[in-house]
Write a protein that binds this ligand. Structure first.
Ligand code: PLP
Length: 400
């Protein structure tokens, strides 16, 4: 049976070039980067090089890049590190205020809920429109004197919608300038760029970003490595105590092979961005065209303001998990909701925030393309999907 992997937004396979780059750091080049001897210095050099590649890619300085274990850790660190610093170092702010959106990944939403629960922050969860886009006017209106953090994702993982990150960055800059005289604290801007980094402009100065999170396993590096960009001057308290690694912001012996892998992954993203974006966009258009021929199926998310690799549909009269199982029987891997919410019976918080009824949200189906996706595979999916949907609709006739 053919195997077609269309779940690249959940994770990607490690690419051979990345595996080759990291491999020596498991065996011959195994040193601890904190040691002054030859092995240690070899490891230190490899970390420095990876950090520099990532910094260059983001238009940042190397010392502004902190390696973590994944995007979730980066997001936790960004929020908690900033909020703890403000809460205990700015006496005029009792409850630092965070503005975020209802469509963020759980890594952001659960971190914000935790900060509320322990009394470190108050949080505003902004609504979105039917495409999943946050309104700049809502951000402006939600800002209070205690607002210290705006955290809006760059690209939504469930529907692919791109948020107006550049505009939000400009708004925050403008507000910070007008606040200068009665300043309690600046407002800092964090974005979860996990689904964006591969395809979109991530220049932190151009976009006005102060903190940016992402992870390697969406970029053909292994699971277990991520990074956080922290602009110099952002008030910050580390959340993991111990040694002085990562500029004293994340203690623990560095995971050298995985850091090398992330550096290589970013190098490859930079080299292939334009070409791979064009190819994937073409394939995605073909997929959308084919899938929308099936009656009772609609595309969700913004029709144009969309990450190239994600296409999500709502299928009337068919349940998401059931579609995944039948597609899997045909050799096709897709997703329904995000990988992190599937397994729970709750409808996707993203789709319900976009105004879809729970019943509609249960019929969501996400295909996410990757660098190895081919036209033949897309043709096969377009051929097989109508049979799958037909079968499920027959089994649940009352739902149609
Ligand atoms: N943010 C977004 C937008 C994601 O898509 C994901 C993973 O699906 C995460 C955060 C969490 O990433 P990780 O699993 O690397 O912690």
């Amino acid at each position: 049976m053919k195997k077609i992997y269309l779940d690249n937004a959940a994770t990607t396979p490690v690419s051979p070039e990345i595996l080759a780059a990291m491999e020596p750091y498991f065996t011959n080049k195994f040193g601890n980067a904190s040691e002054p001897h030859f092995w240690g210095q070899e490891a230190r050099k490899a970390i420095d090089e990876a950090r520099e590649k990532i910094a260059n890619f983001l238009g940042a300085k190397p010392k502004e890049i902190i390696f973590t274990s994944c995007a979730t850790e980066s997001i936790n660190l960004a929020h908690k590190g900033l909020i703890e610093s403000i809460k205990y170092q700015v006496s005029s702010i009792k409850y630092p205020h965070i503005i975020t959106s209802r469509v963020e990944h759980k890594a952001v939403l659960e971190t914000c809920k935790h900060l509320e629960k322990i009394g470190w922050a108050k949080v505003t969860y902004l609504p979105v429109d039917k495409y999943g886009i946050v309104d700049i006017k809502d951000i402006r209106q939600a800002i209070r004197p205690e607002t210290v953090l705006v955290s809006i994702m760059y690209t939504n993982n469930e529907v692919g919608t791109i948020e107006p990150i550049g505009k939000i960055g400009r708004l925050i800059k403008e507000i910070n300038q007008s606040r200068i005289s009665n300043l309690k604290s600046k407002i800092f801007f964090h974005t979860d760029a996990t689904q964006a980094i591969q395809y979109l402009d991530c220049n932190v100065d151009g976009l006005g970003i102060d903190l940016l999170s992402f992870s390697g396993h969406k970029l053909y590096a292994p699971k277990g490595i991520g990074a956080l960009y922290i602009r110099s001057g952002v008030p910050f308290v580390r959340q993991q105590d111990g040694g002085g690694q990562e500029y004293n912001l994340r203690a623990g012996t560095e995971n050298v092979p995985y850091i090398v892998a992330l550096g290589k992954a970013i190098e490859l993203v930079e080299q292939n961005k334009v070409h791979s974006t064009k190819c994937i966009e073409k394939l995605k258009s073909k997929l959308i065209e084919g899938v929308l021929k099936i009656s009772g199926v609609k595309l969700v998310g913004h029709p144009t303001n969309q990450a190239p690799h994600i296409a999500t549909f709502i299928v009337e009269g068919a349940e998401g998990e059931a579609m995944l199982l039948l597609l899997s029987d045909k050799g096709i891997a897709a997703s329904s909701g995000s990988a992190c919410t599937s397994g729970l019976l709750k409808p996707s918080h993203v789709l319900t925030a976009m105004g879809y009824k729970p019943q509609e949200a249960h019929g969501s189906l996400r295909f996410s393309l990757g660098k190895d996706t081919t036209l033949k595979e897309i043709d096969y999916v377009v051929k097989v999907l109508p049979e799958v949907i037909k079968k499920l609709r027959k089994m649940a006739p009352k739902l149609i």
